[in-house]
Design a protein around this ligand. Structure first.
Ligand SMILES: Cc1cc2nc3c(=O)[nH]c(=O)nc-3n(C[C@H](O)[C@H](O)[C@H](O)COP(=O)(O)OP(=O)(O)OC[C@H]3O[C@@H](n4cnc5c(N)ncnc54)[C@H](O)[C@@H]3O)c2cc1C
Length: 376
C-alpha cells in the first residue's frame, strides 16, 4: 500500500471528524483529533438515519453498536394533519438484507459510540483545544494549537461543522451559511406502542414527524415556516411547541401534545444551509462534512454524507499516488451526491414554506432515498 500521508490532524470531533479518524487509523495513519468542546458533548434530541447511513456504519464497524442502542425500521409514512395516509415511502435495505432501511438514535448515543471507536482505533484526541494558525508548504502543514503545541502534519482535515474556522482560514471568500426561512423543533418522548416506523404529518407550512430512537424512546420534530431567524428563550419552548401542534388532529399527535412537559428536552433550531463550490481543499488542507456541505434535515442525510466523506477520503488517500490526486479524487466522488442532498433538501423546504405540491414533495423524497442507495 502506498501511504501518501503518514500523519493527519482532524479539526473537529463531530460525526464526520470521528469517522475520518477511524477510517484513517484503519490504514495505519497516525491521527490527532482536536475538539473545541472540552466535554465532547453532542446536543439535540434524536437523529433520523437511512439505509445509506447504516451501510456507512457497517464500514466504520459500528453497525452492531447502533442496532443495540438505536432503532431500525422499514419505510416512512406520509400523512395529512388528520392522520389520513398520503403515501408510504419504501426505504431500501441498503446496508444488506438483514438491516432495515430507516431508523434513528439519540444524538449523544451515536456520538458516544463513535467516540469510543475513535479512541479504540488509536487516534490521539485533544479536548478543549483548537488551532491558532495553519501554515502549509509543498511538503506539509505546520499547525499551532491553542495548548501551545506546534506540530507538523502531512494533511489537515477540517471537520469543524457549519461555522467552520478552518473554512474561514483556508477559503476566506467562501459563501457563508444562509438562513433558509424555516426552524425545527424537536422533543424526546416515550416511544408510543403503535409507532412501528417513522411517520410525518404534512400540514400547511408545518410538517410534524415522529421517529423511534431506541427501544423505549422516540423523538418528535416540527419543521416550521419562519421568515425571520429568531432566538428564543428556553422558558418559551414548551408553550410555543404545543401551540404549533394544535392544528394537527391525528389522534397520536393530540395525545403527544397533551403529554408534553418540561422534561421532554425540547430543542429549537433555525435552519441554515451551505454548499461550498469546488475545490474543497487547498494544498494539504481539506474540508469534510457540514464544514463544506451543510444540509437542512429534510432528507435526514446530513450525518450520512459527512460520514461517507470520511470513508471516501480514506479510500482515495490509500489509492492515490500523491496528496493532490487523492484529494481531487475524493471531491470528484463526493460532489454530485452531496449537492443532490443539499439542493433537494432546500427544495423540500421551499415546498413546505409555500404550502406547495405534496405530491412533488413525496416524489423528491422517494427519488432521493432511492438515489442515496447507489454505491458511493
Ligand atoms: C435541526 C437539525 C436536525 C438534523 N437532523 C438530522 C437528521 O435527522 N439526520 C441526519 O443525518 N442529519 C441531520 N442533521 C444534520 C447533521 O446534524 C449534520 O450534518 C452533522 O452533525 C454534521 O456533522 P459534522 O461532524 O460534519 O459537523 P458537526 O456535527 O457540527 O461537528 C463539528 C464538531 O467540530 C467541533 N468544532 C467546531 N469548531 C471547532 C474548532 N474551531 N476547533 C475544533 N473543533 C471545533 C464541534 O464542537 C463539533 O464537535 C440535522 C441538522 C440540524 C441543524
Amino acid at each position: 500500500m502506498t501511504v501518501v500521508v503518514r500523519n493527519v490532524l482532524v479539526i473537529g470531533g463531530g460525526f464526520s471528524g470521528m469517522s475520518a479518524a477511524i477510517e484513517l487509523r484503519k490504514r495505519g495513519i497516525s491521527v490527532d483529533v482536536v475538539e473545541i468542546d472540552a466535554g465532547w458533548r453532542s446536543y439535540g434530541a434524536g437523529i433520523t438515519l437511512g439505509g445509506a447511513t447504516f451501510r456507512a456504519f457497517r464500514t466504520l464497524g459500528i453497525l452492531d453498536a447502533f442496532m443495540e442502542r438505536g432503532s431500525a425500521t422499514d419505510g416512512l409514512d406520509l400523512c395529512a394533519p388528520n392522520g389520513s395516509l398520503i403515501a408510504k415511502l419504501p426505504t431500501p435495505r441498503v446496508a444488506g438484507p438483514d438491516v432495515p432501511g430507516s431508523g434513528g438514535i439519540m444524538r449523544p448515543a451515536l456520538a458516544s459510540i463513535l467516540a469510543e471507536t475513535t479512541r479504540a482505533a488509536g487516534a490521539d484526541v485533544l479536548l478543549g483545544a483548537t488551532f491558532e494558525t495553519i501554515a502549509q508548504d509543498d511538503n506539509g502543514v505546520t499547525v499551532l494549537l491553542t495548548n501551545g503545541d506546534t506540530k507538523r502534519y502531512d494533511l489537515v482535515v477540517g471537520a469543524d461543522g457549519l461555522f467552520s474556522k478552518v473554512r474561514e482560514t483556508v477559503f476566506p471568500n467562501a459563501p457563508k451559511p444562509a438562513y433558509t426561512g424555516q426552524c425545527v423543533w424537536r422533543a424526546v418522548v416515550e416511544r408510543p406502542a403503535e409507532i412501528e416506523t417513522a411517520v410525518m404529518w404534512l400540514g400547511p407550512k408545518i410538517k410534524v414527524g415522529i421517529n423511534p430512537v431506541s427501544k423505549t424512546q422516540a423523538y418528535i420534530f416540527a419543521t416550521v415556516d419562519q421568515p425571520i431567524k429568531q432566538r428564543l428563550q428556553e422558558g418559551e419552548h414548551l408553550g410555543l411547541l404545543k401551540k404549533l401542534l394544535e392544528p394537527f388532529t391525528a389522534p397520536l399527535i393530540v395525545r403527544l401534545r397533551e403529554g408534553l412537559n418540561e422534561s421532554n428536552s425540547i430543542v429549537y433550531r433555525p435552519l441554515e444551509a451551505l454548499m461550498l463550490p469546488r475545490p474543497w481543499h487547498k494544498g494539504r488542507v481539506v474540508l469534510i462534512g457540514d464544514a463544506v456541505h451543510a444540509t437542512t434535515p429534510h432528507l435526514a442525510s446530513g450525518a450520512c454524507i459527512g460520514i461517507e466523506d470520511a470513508i471516501v477520503l480514506a479510500e482515495e488517500l490509500e489509492r492515490a499516488g500523491d496528496v493532490e490526486a487523492g484529494l481531487a479524487a475524493f471531491e470528484g466522488r463526493r460532489w454530485e451526491r452531496c449537492r443532490m442532498v443539499v439542493e433537494n433538501s432546500l427544495r423540500l423546504g421551499e415546498i413546505e414554506i409555500n404550502d406547495g405540491d405534496k405530491q412533488e414533495h413525496s416524489a423528491i423524497m422517494r427519488e432521493t432515498i432511492m438515489a442515496l442507495a447507489a454505491p458511493i
